[in-house]
Design a protein around this ligand. Structure first.
Ligand code: NAD
Length: 369
């Protein structure tokens, strides 16, 4: 039996509640389908600070480096608002991303038919939407140097951030986008601002070269990132995979996410480079939402974002495509049945708790097998 090593980092607030529903799935899959998942658990965020005075301990960091994949819940909350900056809860997530060199952030925007009416756009614009934003995560203006505020000495200050990309960074992120497109509808749209930014000129050039050299079977288009933002809300179904830099990706992925309804529905994946020997990648999967302190402990959090993050883990870390498809169908199925946590409740829906939603997905998965 294959062994698949998972590190679970539930974190704070609703993180552990949502992770509990993924644990049910893992137990069921191991028992009924012999999937061989081996799980370890660690602390991250405020819970790690309370236990070790750090946002993630070195020991848990080692477990993350040794795992085939990391499942991350959420971190933060008012309890830790006053802790020193270097050990604030988010520092745990940033260390994981940095040490695991997770340069590719994947944010799918899928609109389940049963929820099309709850989007802020018209149902026919979003129903059946399935796009994937691939955002560069470790470079660009968030990390470029110089990054400072200088005193100009005349009563004025100057704030400086530097947008910088090297060829290899653009090659590897566009490679991820082209490869993912091949498993979907085979289309990539690259977004930058080559009309006003030198980094945009290089981005466009390198994406085109990478495409020509290795991925000419994939349909490639280029779009200015501002036009891309407009097109995402005008007719999002024109896109399959969008590849873009860190800054534009931050904004465009939030825009795309909101096309689909609640924050409680949105998964994400962050991937590193493939190991040259084994071909496997370091990877972390997490819901887009935070720790939601306002509803933590009430049993009403929507676990679907966390469960859908596990589906991404099956697909991208373990190549368990059938199982990932089945889990995504199970989510769509329970929504079709009218089950709703509070955040997505509308007329005619049946309100369920976090745990009831998780149980329903587990049961639906078994029926679909
Ligand atoms: P949030 O995502 O935690 O919550 C925003 C709103 O959405 C809240 O009203 C919350 O109740 C609701 N919500 C979020 N997830 C939900 C779910 N699964 N089911 C039902 N409702 C859900 O964002 P926030 O309120 O801005 O931040 C709260 C804390 O989380 C802060 O400490 C923040 O720093 C942290 N945070 C962490 C992450 C992360 O761990 N990756 C991301 C964002 C925010």
């Amino acid at each position: 039996m294959a062994t698949r090593k998972l590190l679970l980092l539930p974190g704070d607030g609703i993180g552990p509640e949502a992770m509990a529903e993924v644990k049910k799935l893992i137990e069921m899959m191991n028992a009924d389908f012999n999937t061989g998942f081996q799980t370890e658990e660690g602390l991250v965020g405020g819970s790690a600070y309370d236990a070790h005075g750090q946002a993630i301990s070195d020991a848990d960091m080692e477990k993350a480096m040794a795992a085939d994949a990391v499942l991350f819940g959420a971190v933060g909350g008012p309890k830790w608002d006053g802790v020193p900056y270097e050990v604030r809860p988010e520092a745990g997530l940033l260390r994981l991303r940095k040490d695991m060199e997770l340069f590719a952030n994947l944010r799918p925007a899928i609109c389940y038919p049963a929820l099309a009416a709850s989007s802020s756009l018209k149902p026919d614009v979003v129903e059946g939407l399935d796009i994937l934003i691939v955002r560069e995560l470790t470079g660009g203006v968030y990390f470029g140097e110089p990054k400072e505020i200088i005193d100009l000495g005349n009563g004025q200050k100057r704030g400086i951030d530097t947008q910088v990309y090297d060829t290899f960074e653009i090659e590897r992120i566009s490679g991820v986008a082209f490869e993912l497109a091949r498993t979907r509808s085979n289309k990539v749209c690259s977004m930058e601002k080559h009309n006003v930014m030198k980094s945009g000129v290089l981005w466009k050039e390198v994406v085109a070269q990478t495409h020509k050299a290795k991925y000419s079977d994939v349909e490639l288009t280029h779009m200015l990132a501002d036009a891309g933002g407009m097109q995402l809300v005008r007719w999002p179904k024109q896109f399959d995979v969008i590849v873009t830099d860190n800054l534009f990706g931050d904004m465009l992925s939030d825009v795309a996410a909101m096309l689909t309804g609640s924050l409680g529905m949105l998964p994400s994946a962050s991937l590193g480079a493939p190991d040259p020997k084994t071909g496997s990648r370091k990877a972390l999967y997490e819901p887009v939402h935070g720790s939601a302190p306002d509803i933590a402990g009430k049993g009403i959090a929507n676990p679907i974002a966390m469960i859908a993050s596990f589906a991404m883990c099956l697909r991208y870390s373990f190549n368990m495509v059938e199982e990932a498809d089945r889990l995504e169908k199970a989510i769509a199925g329970v929504l079709d049945d009218g089950l709703r946590t509070k955040d997505i409740l509308s007329d005619g829906g049946t309100e369920v708790s976090t745990s009831q939603m998780g149980d329903a997905v587990v049961a639906k998965y078994k029926v679909l097998a």
